[in-house]
Design a binder for this molecule. Sequence first.
Ligand SMILES: Cc1cc2nc3c(=O)[nH]c(=O)nc-3n(C[C@H](O)[C@H](O)[C@H](O)COP(=O)(O)O)c2cc1C
Length: 353
Amino acid sequence: MRALADILDLARWAPSGDNTQPWRFELVGPEHAVIHGFDTRDHCVYDFAGRASQVSLGALLETITIAASGYGFVVSVQRRMHLPETRPTFDVHLLADARVRADPLIDSIRVRSVQRRPLSTRPLRDEQKAALEAAVGSDHSVLWLEGFADRLRMARLLFANAKIRLTMPEAYPVHRDVIEWGVQFSEERIPDQAIGLDRVTTRAMKWAMQSWGRVDFLNRFLAGTLAPRIQLDLVPGLACAAHFVIVAREEAQTVEHFLAGGRAVQRFWLTTTAIGLQLQPAYTPLVFSAYVRAGVRFSVVPALWDQAVTVTSGLGTILGVDNVKRAIFMGRIGSGSAAKARSMRLPLDRLWV
Ligand SMILES: Cc1cc2nc3c(=O)[nH]c(=O)nc-3n(C[C@H](O)[C@H](O)[C@H](O)COP(=O)(O)O)c2cc1C
């Protein structure tokens, strides 16, 4: 049991959307665990069709595989297909194999973390890009948006996209519940100090987030979205070496596709850490464009649909419409110091079922 528990203890450092950690663990035998996954689509507007949770679960499974290699195991994973999609559940078996070599990405599992502050604009070197492109494997590829003009286009798109997030009543409870105020570290949520706002704006946000009425008032009469959108989207959107998009060979449609995407995302992110770079995902433009393509209204506010259509077509202009359909994940990347504030994880003893 010891090795398996140690492997899960390391793998729980996999990233998940809003640090939801949509997994619980069950030890069945010394080399057999069950991963009880779940999604948050019933209360999180960003988890459209459970995809963000599936990407996170894929990242967890990849991390288990990488961690297990350090103990001389290969990992076999079977999803229990009779269970509903909202509860992706996996039997994980460790298989001892003398040929297994420890994956060098192991050392990056615990230190990998999102950096939401501005990064250096120094361009990525060819060998850095090559390492990152190799990391996603043959079923995925990486699009790069580099140079000032492209970064500006992306920064403007993220600025427009953030207006949807910040004025959408459906996102208010998500934001309210995910931020832990006044802390540097948070086990279950995101610490306010890791968000990337300055002190004054953090204080204003904390005040506003007490009720939707306050958020709405700030937004309507005091241009309340402006400071956060400048600090969280426009400035960081420019202050990076590049934006990246991880694209699947075929448009992802099934849970398996999104799990595979999550595996590629985690290898990309761990490689980023291993080569001394920092990264921040920018996932929500892909969420809104998925809603738009599926024709699923995500808000009671009609104007937000029009804004999502604009973001979707803007993304199509920048990336190509076909690439938007096949995109699994996107974000910005560059060199910089590691984040001082970060999300931690639930301890292993709270993850057992
Ligand atoms: C599917 C997915 C979507 C994410 N989307 C965003 C995002 O849009 N913006 C952001 O700043 N971080 C995003 N993150 C990063 C998570 O918030 C972060 O991984 C989590 O809070 C744990 O923190 P850590 O990565 O520093 O350990 C995303 C992560 C995943 C796996």
